[in-house]
Design a protein around this ligand. Structure first.
Ligand code: FES
Length: 86
């Protein structure tokens, strides 16, 4: 199960901590994370903002992004284990 991380590339192009964390997450979870960069996610006043699967999170820090993605990856792993065991 893939976690989808969506953000606005226009608003984050100078957010180097944020972008470095996205790169780090892509390297950490190469098979569990799909990064989608759009031109706008209608959160122009709350950047950096992300959508992780269906969760919208405004004004997220790099550290918070790391924790949120980790949480979603773990939930998906647990769901996959439960469906595999059934
Ligand atoms: S232009 Fe970046 S969220 Fe709208």
């Amino acid at each position: 199960m893939i976690v989808q991380l969506t953000f606005c590339q226009t608003c984050t192009q100078n957010s180097f901590d944020f972008l470095n964390m996205v790169n780090e997450l892509e390297q950490t979870y190469p098979h569990d994370l799909c990064v989608v960069q759009l031109n706008c996610i209608a959160a122009c006043d709350e950047v950096p903002a992300v959508i992780i699967d269906y969760d919208f999170i405004p004004n997220i820090s790099a550290a918070e992004l790391n924790q949120k993605v980790l949480g979603h990856v773990k939930i998906k792993e647990m769901m996959q284990e439960m469906t595999s065991a059934a």
